[in-house]
Design a protein around this ligand. Structure first.
Ligand code: SPD
Length: 273
């Protein structure tokens, strides 16, 4: 049985063996499938999120550019990330002492712990991880402490993640970060969601001095190339302060530098604004 994500006139499909889990939570339709070749895959409101065989690129790229370059990484906030993959990568660093992970949908966490457990791995049992089920937007708005790093690992700007793309949210993030902190957010496909991608760069620029998109291929998301945005007030994203784990699947210091190269079709639009 084929299952797909439909994005306009584009389809990204997987041949699947069976449906393992389906639930309409208060926030979204959650589905988990066993695929023929790519492990177990999570789909939220019809959009692919992560598969146990193909998740490494996304989770390594959303975490390591910030964690290797931020001056301090003791206190990290993850907004979203209910599958546990981002937390797993953050917790590789012994310097990390506390990770607050704020996920709005407890049903996502439950489904992932049960059916995609290799993604969260030991993260769920790590005493440094503090799982908070709640609204990440409100959490950041009310944050009393300052974080070294904030990572926004939401889904597309539909449903529960809409508010993770607006100016008020990034204003709160800037306030909740230390002055030398680093923010990273997933930033959609530059190839087929160019307006969202550029819009997000512009929105984040309203609140951060240095805003740099970066890119890497992704099989399971529309467009084949995915992006993240690295933002800070004064951190040099090129200066790597910590050696990445050599056992990572793709991220290394050369990938780090290369990922920040901006394709012409994006750069030309950025130059016009
Ligand atoms: N088009 C889907 C984008 C989803 C990005 N977040 C994935 C969550 C993996 N932790």
């Amino acid at each position: 049985m084929w299952q797909d994500e439909q994005f306009g006139s584009l389809r990204i499909g997987f041949q699947t063996n069976r449906l393992l889990f389906k639930n309409q939570s208060p926030y979204q339709l959650i589905e988990v499938f066993e695929t023929v070749d790519y492990g177990t895959i999570l789909r939220l409101d019809g959009t692919w999120q992560c598969s146990t065989e193909l998740e490494h690129t996304y989770h390594e790229m959303i975490v390591h550019p910030a964690l290797t370059t931020a001056p301090s990484i003791e206190n990290v906030l993850i907004v979203g990330g209910g599958d546990g993959g981002t937390a797993r990568e953050v917790l590789r660093y012994p310097e990390v002492r506390n990770v607050d992970l704020v996920e709005i949908d407890s049903d996502v966490v439950t489904a992932c712990k049960e059916h995609l457990s290799s993604i969260g791995e030991g993260a769920w049992d790590d005493p440094r991880l503090n799982l908070i089920i709640g609204d990440g937007i409100q959490f950041v708005r009310d944050a009393h402490q300052k974080y070294d790093v904030i990572i926004v690992d939401g889904s597309d700007p539909i449903g529960p993640s809409v508010g993770l793309f607006n100016s008020a949210f990034f204003e709160s993030c800037a306030r909740a970060l230390k002055s030398d902190g680093v923010l990273v957010t997933q930033a959609e496909s530059p190839r087929v969601m160019l307006d969202n991608h550029i819009g997000l760069i512009q929105t984040i620029r309203q609140h951060f001095e240095n805003v740099a998109p970066y890119y890497q291929g992704q099989i399971i998301y529309p467009g084949g190339v995915w992006s993240w945005i690295y933002a800070s007030q004064n951190v040099d994203r090129r200066k790597i302060l910590r050696d990445p784990d050599p056992n990572l699947m793709i991220y290394n210091t050369e990938i780090h530098q290369a990922a920040f190269a901006i394709p012409n079709y994006v750069q030309h639009i950025i130059n016009r604004h």
